[in-house]
Design a protein around this ligand. Structure first.
Ligand code: ZN
Length: 280
């Protein structure tokens, strides 16, 4: 595809900004990240083709939209499925800044007067607030030392797909003419699936468990331990995993209501559903 002798090459898109990854490049499997010596990776803007191919419902649903956009705009990352959760929001914010500028419009309803207004938020501020959670300190329970590791984009995407399917199932259940018995059965199955998914994703968030005599890194063994652990031990591990994951979320933004001047915090996330700016 690439023609090295193309005289138009110098008119191709260039790196718009450079990003320092919160992880500093840690947690990437060998060969999946080309980290420059200064630690800053170039971020290109999206092309027209990126926009078109990433907006298909299929690509949005199966996660390939994110992977395609990141592969195109962050050439130093060789396999976007392996991006750790710690860097995910930073990369999306950086690509959005490179493609559309640092302002992003969001709609927000005032919790006091209920009025909905459009507000402009500054993604540079959101980017600055992303910190690397402490993955070095283990969660210590008795003689167990649990060392955590961020989930990959692939793992996060698998979880959200199952959650989405379950939500859709619930909607169908609520609206359709099914017997109470059938509803209970379906609900029970869904809860089982969610419980399994929770345990599975916590197991994926643990890199190693050290005991006084051994070091366990096998995810299947860790998962088996979580299934059979006493409730309080399981809950402590779960809370630790959730707290680490929450630190990589974008922080809520401060908003002053245009109607009543009430000040409040608005949560916001960056994903493919609000990523693209509508053509004007
Ligand atoms: Zn208000």
């Amino acid at each position: 595809m690439t023609q090295t002798d193309n005289p138009l090459r110098k008119y191709f898109r260039q790196a718009v900004i450079h990003l320092r990854l919160p992880s500093g490049g840690k947690f990437y499997p060998p060969g999946t990240l080309d980290l420059p010596p200064n630690g800053e990776i170039p971020i290109l803007s999206m092309t027209a083709v990126d926009e078109i191919t990433s907006r298909t419902p299929d690509a949005l649903f199966n996660g390939s939209a994110v992977v395609n956009v990141l592969a195109s705009c962050v050439p130093n990352i060789k396999d976007a499925w392996n991006i750790p959760a710690t860097d995910f929001n930073s990369l999306l914010a950086a690509v959005r800044i490179a493609s559309y500028g640092h302002e992003m419009e969001i709609n927000s309803a005032c919790p006091k007067c209920g009025e909905v207004h459009q507000y402009s938020i500054d993604l540079r501020g959101a980017l600055d607030q992303i910190r690397m959670p402490d993955y070095d300190t283990p969660c210590v329970i008795g003689d167990l030392n649990c060392f955590f590791t961020p989930m990959t984009y692939k793992q996060m995407n698998d979880v959200s797909r199952v959650q989405y399917e379950d939500q859709k199932l619930m909607q169908v259940m609520n609206s359709s003419e099914v017997s109470e018995e059938e509803k209970m059965q379906t609900l029970g199955d869904a809860f089982k699936r969610i419980t399994y998914l929770t345990i599975h994703s916590i197991a994926q968030s643990i890199g190693a468990i050290k005991t006084s005599s051994s070091m366990v890194t096998d995810t299947a063994q860790i998962e088996e331990f979580l299934v059979n652990a006493p409730k309080d031990v399981f809950n402590r591990i779960k809370d630790h995993a959730i707290a680490l994951r929450a630190e990589t979320d974008l922080k809520p933004v401060s908003i002053t209501c245009d109607s009543c001047q009430h000040e409040y915090k608005q949560e916001f996330t960056l994903d493919m559903s609000n990523f693209f700016e509508t053509a004007s």
